[in-house]
Design a protein around this ligand. Structure first.
Ligand SMILES: O=C(CO)COP(=O)(O)O
Length: 249
C-alpha cells in the first residue's frame, strides 16, 4: 500500500514572513494520514526545516546540482540540501527544463546525486500542449522517464514521479480524469517494465492547477497517489484542504 503524498512547490515565492504558513499547516495536521512535504525556495529551506521540526511537515528543495561541490556559481548540491534540513528534492520540473535548458540526461545526473545523498527525488515529467495536440503525450512521457531516471536505486522509498502537463501548470486548466488516469496507468506500467515489482511502491503525483475544489476528484483517479501543488500550496488554508481531500480519498 503506497502512503499518499501531498507536496507543495513554492517555486520562486516566499520570504521569512511566509514561514507562518508552515506553522499553521503543521498545527492543522499534527498527525496526518498522508505524507506532507513543502519545497520552498532555497533561501527558506533551513528556516522552514527549523520551524517544521517535530511536526509532520517535511521540507524539500526545488533542484540540486549533479555535483557534490565545486565551481558552480549559484548552484546548490544535494549535500547542501541535506545539511539545510531537506529530505526531498524536486528534479526536472518543466520550469527548470525550460528556463535552464535541463535535458533528461541532466535530470538523470541530478537524480543520481540526490539518491546518493539519500534525498527522496521527486522527478517531474509532462507534455506541452503542442505535444498533446499532436498525439505525442505517451511517447513524450516514455522518453522523459527513460532518460531522467537512473538504472540503480529507484524504488518506492527513494523516488516519486510527478506527472505535470505543462499546459495545466498555473493555468487553471486541468486534464480530464480519463486523461490523468491514462498517463498515470501508463507511467506505472513503464516503471514496472523497467524496475520490476518495486515499481508498485513508487508514488505517482499529479500536478497542474490542483485546488481544494478539484482535489477530491483527482485523488480518486487511478494510480494517483497524491499531488504536487504550486499556487495552492502557498496558503496553509488551501493546502490544508488539499491534504484533507487526500486523507479521505
Ligand atoms: O508546477 C506545479 C507544481 O510543481 C503546479 O503549479 P500550479 O499548482 O500552480 O498549477
Amino acid at each position: 500500500m503506497r502512503r499518499k503524498l501531498a507536496a507543495g512547490n513554492w517555486k520562486m515565492n516566499g520570504t521569512a514572513a511566509s514561514l507562518a504558513e508552515v506553522e499553521a499547516l503543521a498545527k492543522a495536521h499534527p498527525t496526518p494520514a498522508v505524507d506532507v512535504l513543502l519545497c520552498p525556495p532555497a533561501t527558506l529551506i533551513a528556516r522552514m526545516a527549523d520551524r517544521a521540526e517535530g511536526s509532520a511537515v517535511a521540507v524539500g528543495g526545488q533542484d540540486c546540482h549533479a555535483n557534490i561541490s565545486g565551481a558552480h556559481t549559484g548552484d546548490i548540491s544535494a549535500e547542501m540540501l541535506v545539511d539545510a534540513g531537506a529530505t526531498h528534492v524536486i528534479l526536472g520540473h518543466s520550469e527548470r527544463r525550460t528556463d535552464h535548458a535541463e535535458t533528461d540526461a541532466i535530470v538523470r545526473a541530478k537524480t543520481e546525486a540526490a539518491l546518493a545523498r539519500e534525498l527522496v527525488a521527486v522527478v517531474c515529467v509532462g507534455e506541452t500542449e503542442a505535444q498533446r495536440d499532436a498525439g505525442q503525450t505517451l511517447a513524450v512521457i516514455k522518453a522523459q522517464l527513460a532518460g531522467s531516471l537512473p538504472d540503480a536505486g529507484v524504488d518506492g522509498a527513494t523516488t516519486v514521479i510527478a506527472y505535470e502537463p505543462v499546459w495545466a501548470i498555473g493555468t487553471g486548466r486541468v486534464p480530464t480524469l480519463e486523461q490523468i488516469a491514462e498517463v498515470h496507468d501508463f507511467i506505472r506500467a513503464e516503471l514496472k517494465d523497467r524496475f520490476g515489482p518495486v515499481a508498485d511502491g513508487i508514488r505517482l503525483l499529479y500536478g497542474g492547477s490542483v485546488k481544494p475544489s478539484n482535489a477530491g476528484d483527482i485523488f480518486a483517479t487511478s494510480n494517483v497517489d497524491g499531488a504536487l501543488v504550486g499556487g495552492a500550496s502557498l496558503k496553509a488554508s488551501d493546502f490544508s484542504a488539499i491534504i484533507a481531500a487526500l486523507e479521505t480519498a
